[in-house]
Design a binder for this molecule. Structure first.
Ligand code: DLL
Length: 434
């Protein structure tokens, strides 16, 4: 039987949910128009004002907000509340330039804890769960975001943060961890380490993993589930909008429910900005409708997914987004062909010949782009003959070609020789821009 954290809201009939969305959207639009000069100017330039929304359909007339807008208004200019009402600040892990900041009021933290509690229950947790939280604590929203939701749920939380793998494994055994929260790449590493230390997974109480913060494929899920002997759930979120918990999988493991009483999703064509019909892949745009500190109107996430309109068997009425395919800014253009690292991951793992640890390096020789994929062999295959290794290489090359239409240089490397990640993994090095 499906478990819910907040059944009445999670299963709210669509009509009532839409009415709630409209009310909250109107309030948000009014709020940003009155309180945030950036939005007031943008609205006025487009001939809109704080009362311009009469139906949910009017959303598409509102302006987008981009990451550049957030950077240009660094650190506080998009806040709709004075700093004295902001009780927490987080910032994104961006690698270039200034970070992107988000400020939360008490009410925002309350909402965030609510949606994370919903997410944890959706991923099979309850107040008896022991949650080992290996997302990083700090400016990154992963650690504290999950923490707040687990406390709200009344579970026992182990705030271990990322890294310190040996200690993670020790506590997992001694404290009877039932749920592991961390990035998929770190979960994979923990699974590997567990095997190395001779820990018998069947003796652990661990039963579920809640993974997100980076793109991961279905094959990667299978790998982590096998390595750790658990069921893994996908969780999505982003600092700009609040953090983990914006959307999450349920027991059906088929798409992530976005909590539409707080976030309105749209999918647009990233080139034209046109809203796409349900079921079509494009860029996810999110409007926050329950946030006080830093509400965002039509925030362009750069994440690629689609809206799954069909109702889910779990009974939650909030629509699902499909597993994230990557980001528009992750997309590599190699010899004019658009390639997403997630396609390469999927192709590699579907051969069943290699481990889900790989590194893609793109270079340019003269005018020609070259792609090299280093991928680890499983330990059982590392000692094979040269001919056998060449055969594996050939099969992988063919598979990659069939998926992306480009010949890649495949380099099989020793097991455990590529760098491991305790947070978000680095899978691509594009030397063309260095
Ligand atoms: O990664 C928040 C988070 C923490 C989500 C813990 C889930 C779990 P940022 O550092 O701002 O915030 O990065 C947000 O990470 O725009 C996506 O590109 C990517 N991302 C997050 N979750 C997923 C996911 C956190 N489940 C960016 N699948 C987002 C694929 C994801 N990509």
């Amino acid at each position: 039987m499906t478990k819910y954290w907040n059944e009445s809201y999670e299963t709210l009939p669509r009509e009532q949910l839409d009415a709630l969305k409209l009310k909250r959207l109107k309030d948000t639009v009014q709020r940003v128009y009155e309180r945030v000069p950036f939005y007031r100017t943008k609205f006025q330039e487009m001939g809109l004002d704080g009362d311009s929304v009469e139906s949910l359909d009017d959303l598409k007339r509102l302006p987008f907000t981009t990451k550049t807008d957030l950077r240009d208004n660094y650190p506080y200019d998009l806040f709709a509340e004075p700093l004295r009402n902001i009780v927490r600040l987080h910032a994104s892990s961006g690698t270039t330039g200034k970070p992107v900041v988000d400020g939360y009021t008490k009410k925002d933290l309350n909402m965030w804890a609510e949606i994370v509690a919903r997410a944890l229950v959706s991923a099979d947790a309850d107040r008896h769960s022991v949650i080992q939280n290996a997302y990083g604590y700090g400016l990154f929203t992963g650690g504290l975001g999950i923490h707040g939701g687990a406390e709200r749920l009344g579970a026992s939380i182990i705030p271990i943060s990322g890294g310190n793998t040996q200690k993670q494994l020790m506590l997992m055994q001694d404290f009877g961890t039932t749920h592991l929260t961390c990035t998929p790449s770190y979960a994979q590493f923990l699974g590997e380490a567990m095997n190395d230390y001779g820990i018998d997974k069947s003796k652990l109480k661990l039963r579920a993993g809640i993974h997100g913060a980076e793109a991961w494929s279905e094959n990667m899920r299978q790998d982590i589930q096998n390595k750790l002997g658990i069921k893994c759930f996908d969780i999505y979120g982003l600092s700009e909008v609040c953090g983990p918990g914006v959307a999450v999988e349920c027991e059906e493991q088929n798409g992530l429910h976005m909590w539409e009483d707080y976030f309105i999703p749209e999918i647009i064509d990233p080139q034209t900005g046109e809203v796409l019909p349900d079921g079509e892949y494009g860029e996810l745009v999110i409007t926050t409708i329950g946030k006080e500190g830093m509400p965002l109107i039509r925030y362009r996430t750069r994440d690629i997914t689609c809206i799954i309109p069909e109702p889910c068997k779990c009974g939650r009425t909030h629509r699902r987004i499909a597993r994230l395919r990557g980001r528009t800014d992750d997309m590599l253009i190699i010899r004019g062909v658009n390639v997403f690292p997630s396609q390469i991951e999927h192709a590699l793992l579907s051969t069943g010949l290699v481990e889900p640890n790989y590194l893609i390096t793109v270079t340019r020789e003269g005018t020609l782009d070259k792609i090299m994929i280093q991928v680890e062999l499983p330990e059982s295959l590392a000692l094979n003959t040269v001919a056998e290794l060449e055969d594996i290489e050939k099969k992988i090359k063919e598979k990659i070609h069939s998926v992306i239409g480009i010949n890649a240089h495949i380099v099989l490397v020793e097991p455990k020789s590529l760098p491991r990640s305790e947070g978000k993994a680095v899978r691509v090095i594009d030397k063309r821009h260095i």
